[in-house]
Design a protein around this ligand. Structure first.
Ligand SMILES: [Zn+2]
Length: 206
């Protein structure tokens, strides 16, 4: 089961199974206590980060320390944790260019606390040891190390590999365009019925 935890403009998700749950993304730094309140009695076994941007990773350290659970991210996004300026984002549409112009200064300014991840995620990695029937799926493009989580129940949590601001779209801003477009195809053909995104409401995959 996927629960959307919406805080301001960002979403994180609690994916729960029979034997535990996984927190996917952690929103901004100030959001840690709010998220903790929602998930502290939910047998969380892992914090999984879809990518390294500050609005997804900033409460990871806070929550990891309080829940005593490991943090997982793809190796390729480790360099951008706490180093927002290392993620150079492009946009091709008018709105994409606007988002990119707005987000780059924010990424550069962001000095969110660095942490060393405990687990490096790989494409196809099985998450059953954390109590959920799901696996990791590589979705590069928005950032080089972006990943999603595909559940056996036909849900996919994709971070910023797709957006749903005003309407469902490909990632409005990205490090690399071609892989990003391919990742959207991967999501669309994954067999998932619902797509959960980092910003905006869930998307029906039809
Ligand atoms: Zn992002």
């Amino acid at each position: 089961m996927v629960e959307r935890i919406r805080i301001g403009y960002a979403n994180c998700y609690l994916l729960s199974g029979d034997r535990g749950s996984v927190l996917i993304d952690t929103c901004n730094y100030k959001d840690g206590p709010k998220i903790l309140k929602r998930i502290k009695d939910r047998n969380v076994k892992l914090i999984l980060l879809t990518h390294g941007h500050f609005d997804h990773v900033s409460s990871a350290k806070y929550l990891s320390e309080r829940l005593n659970v490991p943090i997982a991210i793809n190796e390729k996004d480790v360099p951008i944790i706490g180093n927002g300026e290392k993620s150079v984002l492009h946009g091709t549409t008018l709105l994409g260019r606007f988002f990119s112009a707005c987000s780059m200064p924010v990424l550069k300014r962001s000095t969110y606390s660095f942490f060393e991840p405990d687990i490096l995620l790989e494409d196809g990695q099985d998450l059953s040891q954390y109590g959920v029937k799901a696996r990791v799926i590589a979705l590069p493009g928005h950032t080089k190390g972006s990943v999603g989580v595909l559940t056996d129940d036909g849900e996919i949590i994709v971070g910023d590999a797709m957006f749903n601001i005003f309407r469902p779209t490909v990632a409005r801003i990205f490090e690399e365009e071609k892989p990003m477009l391919k990742s959207v195809e991967t999501i669309r053909s994954s067999g998932a019925k619902i797509i959960y995104v980092g910003h905006g409401r869930p998307i029906k995959n039809i």
